[in-house]
Design a binder for this molecule. Sequence first.
Ligand SMILES: [Zn+2]
Length: 208
Amino acid sequence: MARTVETIAISQEFTISRRELMLGKFDSIKGPFSMHYSAPYECGLSKAAVDSFASQVATHFGYRPGTSLTPIVEKMGGTIHIQNVLDFNRIPSGSIRVEGPARFEIFLAAHTGPARDRFTIAHELGHYVLHYLYARQNGAQIERLEAQRYGSGRVEWEANWFAAGFLMPTEQFAERYRALKGVIPLLADEFGVSVDAARIRAEFVGVR
Ligand SMILES: [Zn+2]
C-alpha cells in the first residue's frame, strides 16, 4: 500500500519529506542493528544549487544570521557534543553520526573558537541534509551515516558550500555588505563567521 508522505517544496528543485526534515523524533522500530555507518557520498548538485538550498533550509528552520545554531540543530533533531581531549574513545574519527531521520549527533573538538565551531556545525548539517536526507529522498539506501572528521574531496566541498549558504544567505549578505560599506570584519562579526569566510563569501556573492 502506498504511504502518503507529506512533502515540503524547499524550492522547485528540492523536496524533502516533512517526516524526514521536521521534528519527527520517532524511534526506529528496526533492529537488532548491525552498527554500520555509511560514509557520505557526493550529492552532485552544483555549488549554486547547494548554496541556495542551504539558505532555504536555514530560513525554513527560522535561523537568523548571526544567532545561535544550537536551537536550530535541536529543531532538526540533532545534538552537539564538545569532545574533550581526554575522550579518546568517543568516536575520535567522526564529526557527525546520523542514526536516523531527525536523529543525529555532531561532535566538536574542544578548544576551538566560536566562528570555527559555527562553521563546523553548519558543515555537519550539510552532511546531514545533503548526504543523508536528500540522498535518501533520491533513493539511496542509507540507514546510518558517519562523516569523517578529516574527509576530503567533493563530499567535503559540498558540505562547505552548504555551510556558507546556511550561515551567510546571499541576499542578506549582500544587503549587509552595502549597509556596512564592505567592511569585512564587521560582516564576519555580524554573521558569526571568520574574516576569511566573510571575505570568500563577499567574492562569491559578487559584492566586492
Ligand atoms: Zn565533512
